[in-house]
Write a protein that binds this ligand. Sequence first.
Ligand SMILES: O=C(CSCCNC(=O)c1cc(-c2ccc(F)cc2)cc(O)c1O)c1ccc(O)c(O)c1
Ligand SMILES: [Mg+2]
Length: 208
Amino acid sequence: TRSTRPQRLLAAVQKNATRGDPRSVVKAIDEFCRYTEWAMNVGDEKGCILDSVVSEVNPATVLELGTYCGYSTVRIATLLPPDAKLITLEFNPDFAVIARQVIAWAGQEEKVHLVEGSSGDLIPKMKEQFGVKSFDLVFLDHWKDRYLPDAKLMEAGSVLLADNVICPGSPDYLDYVRNSPKYRSQYFKSHLEYTKVEDGLEKSVFLG
Ligand SMILES: O=C(CSCCNC(=O)c1cc(-c2ccc(F)cc2)cc(O)c1O)c1ccc(O)c(O)c1
Ligand SMILES: [Mg+2]
């Protein structure tokens, strides 16, 4: 039967990237998605914004919601010190299988803990399951209608960074973080990965 898009993306990584070299994995995925087959990774343009926010926050603990094929997982992990922890949640088991292999090819498995399940179920269990009461940085890149309910579950974290706030969009989340006194929000205008369509990242600092 026909392969899936994540399987074809992984094959491109294994063919074109050097094992243990995370930058070559990121480059291989971006080239595959730009020139062969579009896929919903945060991409190179928004990826640079993600990198700058990660470097600025310099988090000891990161939560990523929505692993997909592990592209942003690898980008974030590469910037973390060796003792930092990145927990990434993925609902779709077929995506998780691919992401584990992309993360391994990039040599980042030490810093990354991929957990399969739904964010709504897993976030409340974060404390007892992983001994993490709050995260220094949360990257939201999962179902767009889960951004707001999940943000409300996590009102102890310090910095939220949300992908796709324009396309596909998460209007209720955007309205909340931009108007709530609990957050200071900032929009980083960019484009939908590998296209000229407008999109952007919203960085929201939790004020406690
Ligand atoms: O896909 C999901 C939900 S998680 C992925 C969320 N991310 C997106 O949806 C997402 C979408 C787009 C985008 C797509 C088409 C466009 F025309 C324009 C934009 C871009 C992004 O950067 C994204 O992050 C899932 C879960 C469980 C399952 O069983 C399952 O089959 C599927
Ligand atoms: Mg996205």
